[in-house]
Design a protein around this ligand. Structure first.
Ligand code: CTP
Length: 403
C-alpha cells in the first residue's frame, strides 16, 4: 500500500509516544518510508535511538542544530514528505499549530509544510474537552487537517474518558485510507448546499432555522480533500469557509436555488441545507413599525423552490449522483424512502433529529443511507466521519458508473 510514500512523523510529548516505535514499524511493514521529528517533550517518553533504529533514518530534534540543518534544512524536511503525521499530538502542539507558532523544529516544520497533515491527538480527557482545545481542533479541521482518534478509555493519569491516542493499527489504517482516497474524485465537480436559509420579512427581520451548517460544510471539505472541484452554496452560518472549496454565500432559498443551478453541470450534488419551505409573500420594503395601537401583522407565506428536486430534474445538466438529506423525528427510514421517490434524487441521508438525539446543532449524527435498494444504518458518528464515509461512498458509486 505505502510503496514509495514518505511520512514525516512528528512525535510530541505525551506518554503515548512510547507507542511510536511500534507505529513506525507497522508503517514501514506497509511500505511507507518514515522519517521522525522528535520534540523535547517527546524525547522524555521515547529515545531518538529507538525511533532512529526502527525508521532507519536520522531523527531530527533541534531547530538550531548545525548538524541537523546542514544535513536536512527544516524547510526541506517539511517538503520531502507525502504526509505529515503528528502522533501523539498533545494539547500543546495542537494549540501551537492552531496559532501558527514556530518555537521549535516540530512546529516550524508544521508551519512551513505545504503537504497534507494528519494528527492523532492524545491527552487527558479534561484537556481534550477544554473549550480552548475544542476551538483549536475545529480550527485545524477547517484547515483541512485530518484527525485520527482520540479514543475513549483508561488513561495513564488514572482518569477515564476521551483522549487516548488511537491504536497504531488504526493510525496506519487512517494513513492507508488517506492515500487511497487522495485524488479519488479528481476531475469531478460537486455542488453542496449547507446551513439555513433566511427569508426576509422586512429589511431587519427574517424567518430562519437552527441549522448549524456543520454537516454540509464537512461534506464539502471531505469531497474537496478527495480531489473534487467543490462549490459550497451556504446560507448564513458561523462555520468558517472550508479550505480548498469555492464558497458562495447566500441568504434566501431563491438565492441558493439560483446559485446551485448556475454551478451546473456537476457530477455530484449533495443538498444538506435546511431550506425554508416557505417565504413571506410580500416582503416589506421598509421596517414594519409597531405603531401606536396597531395589531400584529399577519404574514402570508408562499412555497419556496425545492432545490433538491430542481437539481434532480435538471435534464441534461442533472448531476450523476443527487443526494438529499431528510430530517425526521419519527418513522425515519419509511419517511425518508418516500422522500427519495418524491424528490427524484438517488440517495437520501436520513437522520433522526428528534430533540433527544442532539443532532440538530450537535456534533454527532446517526444516519441511514437510503438508495434504490433499501436502507443501510450507520453507527453514531461525528459529522466529519459521516462526511468522510459519504464522500467515500460517492467515489465508489461514480467509479462503478464509469466504464
Ligand atoms: N430541500 C431543498 N429545497 C427546499 C426544501 C428542501 O433543497 N426548498 C432539500 C434539503 O436540503 C434536504 C431535503 O430537501 O436535502 C429535505 O427535504 P424536505 O422536504 O425539506 O424535508 P424535511 O424538511 O426533512 O421534512 P418534511 O418532510 O417534514 O418537510
Amino acid at each position: 500500500m505505502g510503496e514509495g510514500k514518505r511520512i514525516l512523523l512528528v512525535v510530541s510529548g505525551g506518554i503515548a509516544a512510547y507507542k511510536c516505535p511500534d507505529l513506525v514499524r507497522r508503517l514501514r511493514e506497509r511500505g511507507y518510508g518514515v522519517r521522525c521529528v522528535l520534540t523535547q517533550g517527546g524525547a522524555q517518553f521515547v529515545t531518538p535511538l529507538a525511533l532512529g533504529a526502527v525508521s532507519g533514518d536520522t531523527v531530527y530534534q533541534d531547530l538550531f542544530s548545525l548538524t541537523d540543518e546542514s544535513e536536512m534544512g527544516h524547510i526541506r524536511l517539511s517538503r520531502e514528505a507525502d504526509l505529515v503525521l503528528v502522533a501523539p499530538a498533545t494539547a500543546n502542539i495542537i494549540a501551537a499549530m492552531a496559532a501558527g507558532l514556530a518555537g521549535d523544529l516540530a512546529t516550524t516544520v508544521l508551519l512551513a509544510t505545504d503537504k497534507p497533515v494528519m494528527i492523532a491527538p492524545a491527552m487527558n480527557v479534561r484537556m481534550w474537552e477544554h473549550p480552548a482545545t475544542r476551538a483549536n481542533v475545529t480550527t485545524l479541521r477547517n484547515r483541512g487537517i485530518g484527525l485520527v482518534g482520540p479514543e475513549a478509555g483508561d488513561m495513564a493519569c488514572g482518569e477515564t474518558g476521551m483522549g487516548r491516542m488511537s491504536d497504531p493499527n488504526d493510525i496506519v489504517a487512517a494513513v492507508d485510507g488517506f492515500f487511497r482516497n487522495a485524488g479519488r474524485l479528481a476531475g469531478r465537480k460537486a455542488v453542496i448546499t449547507s446551513g439555513p436559509t433566511f427569508e426576509a420579512i422586512d429589511p431587519v427581520r427574517f424567518i430562519g432555522n437552527h441549522s448549524s451548517g456543520k454537516q454540509g460544510h464537512a461534506i464539502a471539505a471531505a469531497l474537496a480533500h478527495m480531489g473534487a472541484q467543490t462549490t459550497l452554496v451556504t446560507g448564513p452560518t458561523a462555520q468558517p469557509d472550508p479550505s480548498g472549496v469555492s464558497v458562495i454565500h447566500v441568504r434566501s432559498a431563491r438565492e441558493m436555488h439560483d446559485a446551485c443551478l448556475e454551478a451546473l453541470p456537476a457530477d455530484i450534488a449533495v443538498c444538506a441545507a435546511a431550506v425554508a419551505d416557505w417565504r413571506v409573500a410580500d416582503e416589506a420594503a421598509q421596517k414594519i413599525k409597531k405603531g401606536a395601537n396597531a395589531a400584529p401583522p399577519s404574514l402570508t407565506l408562499i412555497p419556496n423552490p425545492d432545490i433538491l428536486a430542481a437539481l434532480a430534474a435538471a435534464g441534461n445538466k442533472r448531476p450523476r449522483l443527487v443526494v438529499g438529506f431528510a430530517a425526521e423525528t419519527e418513522n425515519v427510514v419509511e419517511n425518508a424512502t418516500a422522500k427519495r421517490a418524491r424528490k427524484g434524487c438517488d440517495w437520501i441521508v436520513a437522520n433522526d433529529v428528534s430533540p433527544s438525539t442532539g443532532t440538530f446543532g450537535g456534533d454527532a449524527n446517526a444516519v441511514h443511507l437510503i438508495d434504490g435498494e433499501g436502507a443501510e444504518s450507520w453507527p453514531l458518528l461525528s459529522k466529519e466521519a459521516v462526511a468522510e464515509r459519504l464522500a467515500t461512498r460517492i467515489a465508489e458509486r461514480l467509479e462503478e458508473a464509469t466504464p
